[in-house]
Design a protein around this ligand. Structure first.
Ligand SMILES: [Mn+2]
Length: 335
């Protein structure tokens, strides 16, 4: 029996920031999320460049070679970031998280650096499959703070590893079997920091259609404040190949910034793809403040032909740093 992936991706700039620095990709053999950081357009360049590199391995690979191919691709992305920074000093300091899942012949290979996340729903159990490369995760592992304390720690957003041109990238790499009915969610912290894990779990388990699910998760992130960019990728293991096998590309990789400088402009070779869609539908605000956020979010989403969200402007503080927002109510449990 040959299995296939039914996949989609959705991303939004959120309600506060001016630029979408998240990028995501979903295709027949690869899904990936990247959350870029860096001043000006650098975060967008970092995540978009990284996703462009990853897209080159969206193909049926021999299972034995998957891990080494994914490792080499992380290294390739890291080298590319270094080359871009060398060519254009304005990009220095840029980097990106990267969580990527390769699929081939009934086998997944998960590669991960940073604090974006991979979850798997199997037999009703929703489990975090990636481990955050964050300072607070280290403290939790050492028993110095509790998981609850980590969610309010002043340095909770400090990332211990990213794709940033350091030349010493060491991604976590792990292989998993695929079963029909498995559902994977890859997402940036714009989802997990602002939506309680219970609500994410319920949503992932409760919505069958992948496009509807990804769209709903983006809406929930905005309903939770929309303080950060958000990107979500959903991949289901199915036994019938989907009709549309074009990749889905969203966020900065779908619509890179106009102000790209130097060599950075060369990395974006447009490939035929489709974009995820946010369907209209009832959303239930949990409070008056949520309702207010939601009203703004829905207006923005309705006016957008796709959910990449890049280029929309908001009247909030666009310079809000990654560390400024309160973390969501519940800490996701590690396996
Ligand atoms: Mn983020």
């Amino acid at each position: 029996m040959t299995y296939h992936l039914r996949y989609t991706a959705a991303s939004d700039v959120g309600l506060v920031r001016k630029n979408n620095e998240d990028s995501a990709y979903a295709g027949p053999h690869l899904v990936a999320v990247a959350d870029g950081v860096g001043g000006n357009v650098a975060g967008e360049v970092a995540s978009a460049a990284t996703i462009s590199i990853l897209a080159t391995v969206d193909r049926a690979l021999p299972v034995d070679g998957m891990t080494s191919v994914l490792r080499a691709t992380f290294e390739n992305a890291d080298e590319t970031i270094r080359g871009l920074i060398e060519a254009e000093p304005a990009l220095s300091g840029m980097g990106t998280t990267l969580t990527a899942l390769l699929y081939s012949e009934g086998t997944f290979c998960l590669g991960h650096v940073g604090d974006s996340r991979a979850y798997r729903l199997r037999d009703g159990e929703f489990v975090q499959m990636s481990r955050d490369h964050t300072f607070v995760q280290t403290l939790v592992d050492e028993g110095k703070i509790t998981r609850e304390e980590a969610t309010v720690h002043p340095q909770r957003s400090l990332i211990m590893q990213s794709v940033n041109g350091c030349g010493d990238i060491r991604p976590d790499l792990q292989r998993y079997d695929a079963r029909v009915g498995d559902r994977w969610l890859l997402c940036s912290d714009g989802l997990t920091d602002y939506v309680a894990i219970e609500e994410i779990t319920e949503t992932v388990a409760g919505i069958e259609d992948v496009d509807e699910l990804a769209a709903r998760l983006v809406i929930l992130a905005n309903a939770g404040g929309g303080v950060d960019n958000v990107a979500c990728v959903v991949a289901d293991v199915v036994d019938t190949a989907p009709d549309d096998q074009r990749p889905v590309i969203v966020g900065a990789a779908h619509e890179p910034p106009d102000e790209l400088v130097g060599r950075a402009a060369d990395i974006f070779t447009p490939v035929p793809h489709r974009v995820g869609a946010i369907p209209p539908g009832p959303v239930f605000p949990r409070s008056r403040s949520d309702a207010r956020h939601l009203a703004r979010g829905k207006a923005g989403l309705a006016g957008s032909p796709n959910v990449s969200g890049y280029g929309r402007t908001h009247d909030g503080d666009p310079s809000l740093p990654r560390t400024s927002a309160p973390i969501g109510k519940a800490a996701p449990a590690l396996p």
